[in-house]
Write a protein that binds this ligand. Structure first.
Ligand code: SF4
Length: 263
């Protein structure tokens, strides 16, 4: 008998990469991109995916089969987007099946604006990466960085704060900020990291990552014409966070060097 729709629901998928060396720190992942996002970051590197312009409906079982085929080459199953938590119900089914049928640890990349969904996902996860787009105390900047209104940004930032609290239950928590030219500076990333330093004492392994904006072809509009953040600026910012704040591990991620640990 074929599985029912509740056992084998559909996901709106942008695509997947069977073997990725760049999506999860120190791991080789199967990475799945889920379509649609509730934010509109003007520098988004997956803008078409985030707007659902590249979505196709795929059954959970098709993804599970692809993960099983890649199993000998990977050590973690990673889901990113878009915002994966928007598809909570089928995502839960997918995670349960991948865990049950492959034994792989599970990983999620989220913008952190859906803490209720993260509460449901957290018990399954080994690793969660939360994108901290701007200091959570700065709604004007958070609004600019995410393409939202200041009023909405105030609420979203409080929700990201809640998500970080929830994510402290996950064994490995990665907090990430991307340096975006003329939008999110190293000073902003430092403030964002300083405001969330409390997570180090609460989580089991909490890592801060400073990332480089790269004008990939998926970037639309004004930011598609921008240059990448200089790699040395990204590295220097990670070093500043490592030397001044209490994070035990700090990384930077650039096209030139991949993910590098500074502490
Ligand atoms: S949260 Fe991520 S996927 Fe969504 S618009 Fe921003 S950068 Fe793009």
């Amino acid at each position: 008998m074929p599985p029912s729709a509740s056992e084998d629901p559909q996901l709106l998928v942008g695509g997947w990469r069977e073997v990725s060396l760049v999506d999860v720190l120190e791991s080789v992942s199967f990475t799945l991109w889920l379509a649609y996002c509730n934010l509109r970051c003007p520098w988004c590197s997956n803008a078409r995916l985030a707007r659902g312009l590249e979505a196709r409906a795929v059954r959970v079982s098709e993804v599970v089969d692809a993960v099983k085929a890649a199993r000998p080459f990977i050590d973690v199953f990673h889901v990113t987007g878009g915002e994966p938590a928007l598809q909570l119900r089928p995502l839960l089914v997918l995670y349960e099946r991948v865990r049950g049928e492959t034994g792989l640890p599970l990983s999620l990349d989220t913008n952190g604006t859906m803490p209720e969904a993260l509460e449901e996902l957290a018990p399954l996860l080994h690793h969660v990466a939360i994108d901290v787009k701007a200091p959570l105390s700065d709604p004007a900047l958070y609004a600019r960085a995410t393409g939202t209104s200041e009023q909405l940004a105030r609420k979203l930032a409080a929700r990201v704060q809640r998500s970080v609290e929830v994510a402290c239950k996950v064994p490995f928590l990665e907090l990430r900020t991307t340096l975006v030219p003329d939008l999110v500076s190293c000073g902003d990333a430092f403030r964002a990291a300083a405001e969330l330093e409390w997570a180090v004492g609460k989580g089991r392994r909490v890592v801060y990552v400073v990332q480089q904006f790269i004008p990939y072809e998926g970037v639309l509009g004004e930011y598609s014409r921008r240059k990448a953040t200089p790699a040395e600026e990204v590295k220097a910012c990670a070093e500043r966070i490592a030397s001044k704040l209490g994070y035990r591990e700090v990384y930077y991620r650039t096209l030139e060097e991949g993910a590098k640990k500074v502490k």
